[in-house]
Design a protein around this ligand. Structure first.
Ligand code: NDP
Length: 347
């Protein structure tokens, strides 16, 4: 664990070319920052690692500005208030914040959200009850619009987004088919109640998918792209909806994959099957769907219909390696770095 008398932080040292490595980051210790009026000093408990961070490491134009080289890597955090210069927050409060890859951070009190540790474990604020859970909820219900009896297929199904997508699809009366890498993840999806779970690394994946969707696919929740997308595309039904949430198989690419060019086949499928392929960034739906998500997800979590899993890596210094693994499937469930003690957990 980090030195509690200093702020340990991880800076982006250079932009990765391909897979991020430890050389792309610098770790340093600096004095703990001092909050100004209206701000709070936060001690990081959990740092959330999410695939979008790969985009922030790149200078390529995207929906959000990149992290500048030489500055602290961005990221969602669950943190404890250790000094408050705002009447709305007290020392000891636990908040959802965005203080990034560091052990202490300062934030405006109005930019953090106080959590109630008696309602749910505080780490869920960056997982099933936070951004990934919301992404699943809004993308599936607003774009996928699954109907009872329809078949919903989801990629990266053992991650925080995909596992919520499959479970919400079942709550809405659809059949859920999950695609994940490896037997352990497949077994967990079966435990969660997915109707079928498939291993995309299996040599029989294509045949397995065909057998799993005898009536075709009505909704495909896309998280990965690559060979999974190629395998899914022929099975999409007329009027199928594809919430295009992420393309993690391509985030480390340095050039276009080798040919042949299949774009004409894709465009023909979109045309002849009247497909809706709709990209989205979850923030688009915050105003319209966040309140309903919080109510529904909290209830589903309480009554056990929505389950989740966390993969907790201890120590901020391990964040770069854990992040590189996230993009390759080495994590299992919502990936968190435990940066400091969790005062809400006794063991
Ligand atoms: P995950 O924890 O699911 O991690 C990504 C997973 O993708 C890996 O664990 C791995 O799982 C799988 N994967 C990686 N490479 C491949 C590949 N080549 N082929 C197939 N699967 C692969 O991440 P999240 O649940 O946090 O995020 C899921 C997706 O949602 C990401 O693409 C992310 O960028 C996107 N996202 C989009 C948001 C939006 O607003 N649009 C918001 C949040 C997330 P496995 O071991 O099973 O192969």
């Amino acid at each position: 664990m980090t030195d509690p008398t200093q702020n340990t932080r991880i800076l982006l040292a250079s932009r990765p070319h391909g897979e991020p490595t430890s050389d792309n980051f610098t770790i340093e210790a600096v004095p703990i920052p001092v909050p100004a009026e209206g701000e709070v000093l936060l001690r990081t408990i959990y740092l959330s690692l999410d695939p979008y961070m790969r985009g922030r490491m790149s200078a390529a134009k995207s929906y959000a500005a990149p992290v500048e080289v030489g500055t602290v890597m961005q990221g969602g955090t669950v943190a404890e208030v250790i000094e408050s210069r705002d009447a709305s927050l007290q020392v000891g409060d636990v908040v959802l914040s965005f203080t990034g890859w560091q052990s202490y951070g300062v934030a405006a009190a109005k930019h953090v959200r106080k959590l109630d540790p008696t309602l749910a474990p505080i780490s869920t604020a960056v997982g099933v009850l936070g951004m990934p859970g919301f992404t699943a909820y809004a993308g599936l219900l607003e774009i996928g619009r699954p109907q009872p009896g329809e078949t919903v297929v989801v990629a990266a199904a053992a991650g925080p987004v995909g596992s919520a997508v499959g479970q919400i699809a079942r709550i809405k009366g659809a059949r859920a088919v999950g695609i994940a890498g490896g037997p352990d993840k497949v077994a967990w999806l079966e435990e969660l109640g997915f109707d079928v779970a498939l291993d995309h690394r299996s040599p029989t994946f294509g045949d397995d998918l065909k057998a799993a969707v005898p009536d075709g696919i009505d909704v495909y929740f896309e998280n990965v792209g690559g060979h999974v997308w190629d395998t899914v595309l022929p099975h999409l039904n007329t009027y199928a909806r594809v919430p295009l949430c992420g393309l993690v198989a391509h985030y480390n690419e340095t050039e276009l994959p080798p040919g042949p060019d299949r774009s004409s086949r894709l465009m023909t499928s979109i045309l002849t099957k009247s497909l809706t392929i709709r990209g989205f960034i979850q923030t688009e739906f915050v105003k319209t769907h966040y309140t309903a998500f919080q109510e529904d997800a909290a209830e589903w979590l309480r009554d056990g219909t929505l389950r989740h899993r966390e993969d907790v890596v201890k120590g901020l210094e391990n964040a770069p390696e854990a992040f590189a693994g996230l993009l390759k499937g080495t994590s299992f469930g919502k990936l968190l770095v435990q940066v400091g003690d969790d005062p809400t957990r006794t063991s």
